[in-house]
Design a protein around this ligand. Structure first.
Ligand SMILES: [Zn+2]
Length: 306
């Protein structure tokens, strides 16, 4: 029998199983270990940043295997540079969609329709590669500066007024709970003094901002998710979406904290994730959409390349 390349479901199983294991061990892998020089995973050869679910999985594996950099490349790219992949290195799957033209079964006149199929290839971290002489490959991170510097609190206050002005979302400071209310289109945040850290405050704020992109007048995510997945699953997807998306935003703003007082939902979506691993892809895709949308509201071009 011919050996088949890994199918999409096995690569997805692989990621989600690793994710579940990490989380069962108390690690929350989507809290990206942000570092000023190297926040977004990118391809070592082309310099392009990875997108969607790949950002998340590369962060996860970089943390798991304690890689020192966020640069990745394929076996072929390594070879063409004269580099060697260190024996025994484990690659990670990189997902992408490929479009195909197929016959549209709704018509008998031979007309075609486009279908998108999820594919994957494998990539290695630059830490898993050596040069011609067997030495580690150096990564130039000299021109990747953190997008904001200085006081995170001030930056978040600025973001709040800018986002509020452009989107119409109201920010209210009251009580001890952070939440977004779709019916009032408002984000409620506890007073800054109630947070353990600046990063915790900022992460929580970014998480709630991410939720606000899903309202009916914006991406209409909640209604679509409810209709497709039912209330329970859609709640799980939305929490995961907000967490992944907030992490994307966090890497942009230089925030690396935890969403505070926000752990109770974990068990709920972990359970759903075990039942349906595709929920993870859905959440990551939605997070990417929300991230892009957020920057379009602020009239800033997202730094995402592909
Ligand atoms: Zn939430």
């Amino acid at each position: 029998m011919k050996s088949k390349s890994k199918s999409k479901s096995s690569a997805l199983d692989e990621i989600v199983n690793d994710l579940i294991t990490l989380m069962e061990n108390g690690v929350k892998p989507w809290r990206c270990p942000w570092s000023a020089s190297d926040a977004m995973p990118r391809n070592f050869s082309t310099g392009n940043e990875y997108s969607g679910v790949n950002i998340f999985t590369m962060w996860m594996y970089a943390a798991k295997f304690e890689f020192s950099s966020n640069h990745w490349l394929t076996f072929k790219q390594a070879s063409s540079l004269g580099y060697k992949v260190i024996k025994g290195s484990k690659s990670v799957p990189v997902f992408f969609y490929k479009s195909y033209e197929v016959e549209d079964e709704n018509y008998d006149d031979g007309r075609k329709k486009l279908v998108k199929v999820l594919k994957n290839f494998r990539a290695f971290n630059i830490d898993q590669v050596v040069d011609e002489k067997g030495n580690p490959v150096k990564v130039d991170t000299s021109n990747s500066e953190p997008p904001i510097s200085g006081d995170i609190f001030d930056a978040m206050e600025k973001l709040k007024s800018e986002y509020s002005e452009k989107s119409g979302v109201r920010f209210v400071t009251s009580g001890g709970k952070a939440f977004y209310s779709p019916s009032n289109d408002k984000i409620n945040m506890p007073d800054f003094s109630l947070f353990d850290s600046e990063d915790g405050y900022a992460s929580t704020l970014l998480h709630e901002i991410l939720h606000s992109t899903g309202s009916e007048q914006r991406l209409n995510r909640f209604t679509k998710q409810n209709a497709k997945y039912g209330l329970k699953d859609s709640y799980a997807i939305e929490e995961l979406t907000a967490d992944i998306g907030a992490c994307f935003l966090g890497s942009y703003y230089g925030v690396s904290g935890e969403v505070e007082n926000h752990a109770s939902y974990l068990a709920s979506w972990l359970k759903q994730l075990r039942n349906d691993k595709s929920l993870f892809l859905k959440a990551a895709a939605d997070a990417q959409k929300a991230y892009t949308y957020f920057f379009s509201i602020l009239d800033k071009t997202s730094k995402r390349a592909a």
